[in-house]
Structures are given as C-alpha cells and as structure tokens.
Design a protein around this ligand. Structure first.
Ligand code: ZN
Length: 292
C-alpha cells in the first residue's frame, strides 16, 4: 500500500527569509565572514511569561555547526517572539538548544523547560536533502536550510503544546502527542507566509521520515510509541494545513481531476472541521489573533 499516492505537496512559493547558511553557505571556520548579525528581537517582558532562548555549546563538531546555524539565525528568538504573539504563557519557560546524545526535543515538567537537541536536526538533514529533487545545488541547499528552520519551529511549538497542557493542567481527550502536533500546526498554518512555509517544511520532514520507515522494516515497537506514526503525522499535517484554508490548498486534495493531489477526498472532507476543533480546543491558551 502506498502511503502517499501520486505527487508530493510542493512548496507554494520560495520563502523569502535569508539565512546564514548551514548547507547553503557553510557555517564554520572562515565562513562566518559576511554573515548577517543575528536578528535583534526584543521579547517584551510582560506580566505573562515568555520563552527564554539559550544555545548551549555543542559537544561534537556537528553539534557546534548546528549551534552556530541556529544562533546566528536567531531561530529560537524568532520562535519565542512568535509564540509570545500567539499564546499566553503562564510563566517564563527556558528554551535550550543543546547536545543531548539523542535526536529529540522535550518538555521537562519538573524543570519546566524545553530542550531542543542539535542531534534532531542532524538526523533529519540527510532525509530532508533526499526530498529535494528540483532546482540547482545552491537552491536545494538553501531550501534545506529553510527546512531545518521549519522543523525547529515545528518541534519547539509541539513541545510548547506539552508545556501548556502541563502548566495549565489542560484536559486532553485523546493522545497528548496529537494535541501537541495540533497546537504546532495551528500556530504555523494560521501564520504569515513564512510560518506557512515552516508547516510545509514539516510536511516534507514527515514525508521523508515515512519514506525512510517504508524502506526498512517497521519495528513492532514503533506501534507502541506514544506518537502517531510518521505517515499518519504526515497526513494529519496535510489535512490541517488544508483545513486551515480549503480554497487556498484545494490542489492538495486527490480527485479524479487532480490525481496529483496527496490528500484522499474522504479525509479532506473532514479537515476544515478538524481545524476548527483544534482552534476551539486550544483557544483558552491562545491570544485572540487567529483568523476565523
Ligand atoms: Zn511530544
């Protein structure tokens, strides 16, 4: 059974956000010459909390490169500013980028902080690169940089979902992992072009992970994991992006007339309702900002 019949969800448009390159322009010895200074972003101290970013030193050369890439592009600061625009945080939440010894990102309910592991991007980078089949080598490298920023946004906002469930003691009916995915998708899909681009990077990443899983034997324990399977997360994200604006994303729906669509019609029919339900479920934590 093909989990993704027909075409692939393409980028709607190049995302105009110049990055200090990791793959586009190597970051490292001598390569920082001419690099842009990190974007100055002031996160307003308010009564409510903010995400407080920090970049811990990488413990391996690859981690050092990821640390430089993320910090020089002020990626965590950008996510913190975006989260502050959209979500009411009940307290400050430290947001560390760090070497973890595993490809992961997590909310720690005891320490009440979020950790994003450099290894997560290192694991995804080659899979994302395989998904880039069009454009010049330079364009593909630049796209890969964009995708790495995109999946960082996705992972941090997912962990923010866990943080909000924990800090607000929110009731979650169903899997908390799916609820956390939904918050991330809600915030990115309802954002500006750049954040919608991050949602598309996320979809590309889940396509890559599902492709990798399809090539190998899916270990039985994958089904015991609390996360939905990567192919399911892929279709969920496509569904939610479509559901956020069905007219705009109509081409993703697979029909007789549009065999290149990726989202089966049966699921597509329910996606606008799923998206509205997500907004409603998360609304106690959201600022009145989202389009309706
Ligand atoms: Zn999670």
């Amino acid at each position: 059974m093909s989990w993704r019949s027909g075409g692939r969800l393409r980028w709607a448009a190049a995302v105009p956000f110049a990055l200090v390159g990791l793959f586009g322009t190597p970051v490292g010895a001598g390569a920082t010459t001419g690099a842009r200074a990190p974007v100055e972003r002031v996160v307003e101290p308010a009564e409510e909390g903010v995400l407080v970013p920090s970049y811990e030193a990488g413990l391996t050369p690859d981690d050092e490169n990821m640390q430089a890439f993320l910090s020089q592009n002020a990626v965590l600061e950008d996510i913190a500013a975006y989260a502050s625009e959209r979500v009411v945080l009940p307290r400050d939440i430290p947001l560390h980028a760090a070497s973890c010894g595993e490809a992961n990102a997590f909310w720690d309910p005891q320490a009440r902080d979020i950790t994003f592991c450099y290894e997560y991007l290192e694991a995804l980078a080659p899979l994302l690169a395989e998904q880039q089949t069009e454009g010049t080598a330079q364009e593909r490298s630049a796209q890969l940089d964009q995708d790495l920023v995109g999946v960082t946004n996705e992972a941090v906002l997912h962990e923010l979902g866990h943080a909000l469930v924990s800090l607000y003691d929110l009731p979650v009916v169903g899997k908390e992992e799916d609820a956390a995915d939904q918050l991330s998708a809600l915030l990115l899909a309802s954002g500006d072009e750049r954040h919608v681009g991050y949602a598309l990077s996320t979809i590309t990443a889940y396509a890559a992970l599902a492709d990798a899983a399809a090539k190998g034997e899916e270990p039985l324990k994958a089904y015991a994991d609390e996360h939905s399977l990567n192919a399911q997360r892929y279709f969920n994200w496509v569904c939610w992006l479509y559901g956020s604006d069905p007219d705009r994303y109509a081409p993703v729906v697979q029909t007789e007339r549009n065999p290149d669509g990726v989202l089966p019609q049966d699921r597509a029919d329910r996606c606008p309702g799923e998206f509205r339900q997500m907004e409603k479920s998360w609304s106690p934590t959201l600022k009145p900002y989202l389009k309706t």
